[in-house]
Design a protein around this ligand. Structure first.
Ligand code: TYD
Length: 223
């Protein structure tokens, strides 16, 4: 791969809970760093100090959070994170690998809930001044299979994870619809495939991106 010094590359991982985003993000980081790239590994919600506080509200508050308030909390986390972590890293020419970004907001806050996908997307684009990833890896998995993985890992209580199966099915459908609408940005992979195969497919796509000339600062069309 040819390192491009002038601007960085922004890669996000998306998918339901328990599909293996964190594992694949870590493998990609390892591979890029062994090739001499500087990588910033981060996540939403919770990629900054402010974000950790917001994450605590949205994920661990046990009472009802109004839908608009919830969407604004994720957007607030995102605005601060992009302004203080993501954009500075891209400006330094680094690779940003991020667990979850605006597609999670559209899929979770926009699907099966009170808010529409377009307004949720517009809110995020406003919050981030239009920053879209160069590549979004969607790890697609049947929510029932993901649930079994989470149970096996004995993960702690998570308000959204506890919601019912129908919600997770609609989140999955929403992610797939987002990917279909932006095929150039998305790489959709069957997350039931072996870890090594998934990692290789992701490396292949990222190395083409690093050789190519994506524009991480391009502005997304609102809605
Ligand atoms: P994640 O950090 O992947 O959870 P964990 O590390 O605990 O497995 O995501 C936390 C939850 O936040 C997940 O259920 C999806 C949800 N979420 C939204 O609803 N909207 C958003 O914009 C984001 C970024 C996450």
């Amino acid at each position: 791969m040819t390192p491009r010094a002038d601007r960085g590359v922004f890669v996000t991982f998306e998918g339901g809970d328990g599909v293996g985003k964190t594992t694949q993000a870590a493998l990609l980081q390892e591979w890029l760093e062994s090739g001499g790239r500087t990588v910033v590994r981060t996540r939403e919600p919770g990629g900054t100090e402010v974000g950790v506080l917001v994450r605590d509200i949205v994920l661990h508050h046990r009472g009802e959070v109004d839908a608009r308030a919830e969407a604004l909390l994720y957007a607030a986390d995102r605005a601060h994170h992009v302004a203080t972590v993501v954009r500075p890293a891209l400006a330094r020419g680094e690779v940003v690998i991020q667990d979850r970004y605006l597609d999670s907001s559209v899929a979770y806050q926009g699907a099966g809930r009170v808010l529409g996908r377009d307004e949720v997307r517009r809110l995020s684009l406003w919050a981030t001044e239009g920053l879209l990833p160069d590549l979004t890896v969607l790890l697609d998995l049947d929510p029932a299979a993901a649930r079994r993985r989470l149970d096996a890992a004995d993960k702690p209580f998570d308000r959204l994870e506890a919601e019912k199966a129908a919600f997770h099915d609609s989140v999955r459908a929403e992610f797939l619809a987002l990917a279909a609408a932006e095929p150039q940005r998305f790489l959709v992979l069957d997350a039931a495939r072996p870890q090594g195969e998934l990692a290789a497919a992701i490396r292949d796509r990222v190395s083409r991106l690093l050789d190519g000339g994506a524009d991480p600062l391009r502005v997304g069309a609102p809605g």
